[in-house]
Design a protein around this ligand. Structure first.
Ligand code: ADP
Length: 307
């Protein structure tokens, strides 16, 4: 395996309406879309579309949505041996309402994702051990993510932690288990306890995360690109993104993390700055199309200079 992802599945249920309903009100929507989501699933699909050999470890519910996720992953040739069906539980859903101003309200019900546990990871240890990179995020229990990082470290597998969404409590010991700590500016601000409004703030927060124990920190800053700080490095490095006219930036962060995992696994010969530049480029390609996974490019659609 190149990349193993320990993470979430969500079915995105998106309703589009002119104005949000008030409490107690019912409004007519003008469009509905159901799509595959969940940070773990998105990152896995991104790495696989770039040509990575990937495995997903996660839980779906005992329902139709779960079956759809499984079929979708099989179609992408992801290793699904450790995607578990959870009896008497539903697949995670994200209820998303988008108004005509492009604003959204989201209710996430994580459901089966929160049942992923240490025993599931132990059962998948052979797969984790075989991988070059393990990625995990926070739409599963932080304790499960922690256990996944511990197993990866035990076997010398490189680790990426994407602290998204930021949980109420992040175990202190998690930082030391992370080779690449990856967050956007809002997540960085929440974890750091100060606003991140500039590249200078991003640098300061990244240094704080290094201080807490991780080896490398990458902050994604939307259209401004990314900031990279290493344990060894003295100066943070800003890697700008290409200037484009964005259509829909939903899922850009997951496109970035999936790409980062792909390159760290398949191109360890490249300097990390170059890996981040290429991951920026792929995430930028994803903002040019609507949707989350729907907007993620395939290797065949990208310049061969990226490989
Ligand atoms: P998230 O989806 O977690 O909020 P970001 O918005 O920081 O993540 O985006 C992740 C990456 O996607 C950025 O580092 C950048 O490379 C790319 N990206 C996002 N928005 C844009 C944009 N408007 N123009 C160009 N690239 C973008």
């Amino acid at each position: 395996m190149d990349v193993v992802i320990v993470g979430s599945f969500m079915t995105d249920l998106m309703s589009y309406c002119t104005d949000f309903p008030e409490p107690g009100e019912t409004v007519h929507g003008h469009k509905f879309k159901k799509s595959f989501g969940g940070k773990g699933a998105n990152q896995c699909i991104m790495a696989q579309r770039l040509g990575g050999k990937t495995a997903m470890i996660g839980r779906v519910g005992d329902d139709g949505y779960g079956i759809e996720h499984l079929e979708h992953f099989k179609k992408h040739s992801v290793n699904v041996d450790h995607i578990y069906k959870t009896e008497k539980e539903q697949t995670g859903v994200a209820n998303i309402i988008v108004n005509d101003k492009g604003q959204n309200c989201i209710v996430i019900v994580s459901a089966a994702n929160l049942k992923l546990n240490e025993n599931d990871l132990k059962a998948a240890e052979v797969v984790i051990k075989s991988a070059k990179v393990l990625v995990t995020q926070m739409e599963i229990l932080p304790t499960t993510a922690l256990a996944a990082l511990k197993i990866a470290k035990k076997h010398g597998v490189k680790t990426i932690l994407n602290v998204a969404p930021v949980p109420k409590a992040l175990p202190d010991e998690i930082y030391k288990l992370v080779d690449y700590f990856c967050v956007n500016e809002l997540e960085a601000a929440s974890l750091w306890g100060n606003p991140v409004n500039s590249i200078e703030d991003a640098n300061k927060s990244a240094k704080e995360f290094i201080h807490r124990g991780c080896s490398n920190v990458i902050l994604t800053l939307g259209k401004m690109g990314s900031v990279f700080v290493t344990e060894a490095g003295i100066n943070p490095i800003h890697i700008p993104a290409q200037e484009v006219k964005a259509v829909d930036s939903t899922g850009a962060g997951d496109a970035f993390v999936g790409s980062l995992a792909f390159y760290l696994a398949t191109r360890p010969d490249l300097p990390v700055q170059e890996i981040i530049r290429r991951s920026n480029d792929i995430a930028t390609a994803s903002v040019l199309k609507p949707g989350t996974q729907d907007s993620y490019p395939y290797k065949k659609d990208l310049s061969h200079e990226l490989f």
